[in-house]
Design a protein around this ligand. Structure first.
Ligand SMILES: [Zn+2]
Length: 357
């Protein structure tokens, strides 16, 4: 007879692979499981991994995946990076040096219950990226922007006043505890399912007005595009609200919480939104299989996607550890960066800055 534990792990090859990597790289990381998510009486672990130098003045890179259970490719790209990182740490002094100067926080599978159930939401029907206590300015797209109608409909925020779901709370605690006293941080949260291009989204999800950190985000964009001209067209860097606005975005919430404690701190939350509609376009039959809308199905395509984003992770390793050097520091530098960002992203929009207050 197949045990429930075994059956759940069969549904979650990503969890099997994560635990294998934790075992392979255990000398390089500390591992915590702040919460378990129970599915069919089996507790699924919510893993938090920490690597590198945790000293107070070390910049932090945060990698997050699997917030939406159906978007497995987000977890898979993080595991692909982690696999390469661990194996290079065995022999490559460049990688060892990178981690000596960087604090790495990895939460590769935020919603293990949803992933096992092949659902975007968690097992209580709540969309973890609509669950934070953040209200959008103006109208959001119907349902997609987050609603409180019913957990039976996608994009459900949870009941008013119900607080964060256990997965959102555990992610929030891990992020805020790590960056609370840090001056420099970048996060990358990996998703799939919107549009035909790979996008890198900056805050805010709640407002179409320019985010106060948009100048710093522009400096980071230029750093990537100048350093990797061959990959310039690979990502569309832009504020999320250029695509749509939402209520309850967890990164809006975490950014605001951080800045209220660290007004001088620099935190760039980035969302990677992999353009999976392109995969559907290449094979329209996938329209009839829900999870295939969000994940590459053919092995060669999956390999290509895992390979493709390794460059982004490499870039983020270097860009995070060198933030103290390239983030605009003086008022004059910040002004120049902000004006460049406004020219690039808001040249035809009314210019009202959105602060974290
Ligand atoms: Zn998503």
């Amino acid at each position: 007879m197949i045990q429930p534990q075994q059956r759940l792990y069969d549904e979650l090859p990503e969890l099997t692979e994560l635990e294998r990597l934790i075992d392979e790289g255990k000398q390089y990381m500390s591992v915590r499981v702040p919460v378990h998510i129970e599915r069919q009486r089996v507790p699924l672990p919510f893993y938090v991994l920490e690597m590198g130098n945790t000293a107070p003045d070390t910049p932090v890179l945060i990698l997050v995946g699997g917030v939406h259970g159906v978007e497995r490719i987000g977890t898979q790209v993080i595991l692909a990076f982690l696999r390469t990182l661990i194996r290079r740490l065995h022999w490559d002094p460049l990688m060892q040096d990178a981690l000596n100067n960087l604090h790495l926080l990895i939460v590769p599978m935020v919603n293990p219950g949803g992933m096992a159930a092949n659902s975007r939401c968690n097992l209580r029907g709540v969309d973890l990226m609509r669950n934070a206590p953040v209200e959008a300015e103006g109208r959001t797209p119907w349902l997609v922007g987050g609603h409180r109608i019913s957990p039976l409909l996608p994009w459900y925020r949870g009941a008013a006043g119900a607080g964060l779901e256990p997965e959102s709370q555990a992610l929030s605690d891990a992020v805020l505890k790590t960056i609370a006293n840090k001056r420099f941080s970048i996060s990358l949260d990996c998703h799939s399912g919107f549009g035909t291009r790979d996008r890198l989204w900056f805050p805010y999800a709640r407002s179409t007005h320019p985010w106060e950190g948009i100048g710093t985000a522009h400096s980071m964009t230029e750093l990537f595009e100048n350093s990797f001209p061959q990959h310039r067209d690979m990502y569309l860097f832009e504020p999320q609200a250029h695509s749509y606005t939402t209520n309850g975005d967890l990164w809006d919430y975490l950014y605001d919480r951080y800045r209220s404690q660290q007004p001088q701190g620099q935190f760039i939350p980035v969302t990677l939104e992999m353009g999976s509609w392109l995969w559907v376009k290449k094979n329209p039959r996938h329209l009839f299989r829900y999870h295939k809308l969000f994940n590459p199905v053919l092995p060669h395509r999956q390999q290509r996607i895992l390979r493709r984003h390794l460059i982004l992770f490499e870039f983020l390793l270097s860009a995070t550890r060198t933030m103290p050097q390239w983030v605009p520091a003086s008022a004059a530098e910040q002004q120049v960066a902000m004006e460049s960002a406004l020219r690039r992203w808001y040249s035809d929009a009314p210019l009202k800055l959105t602060t974290s207050l």
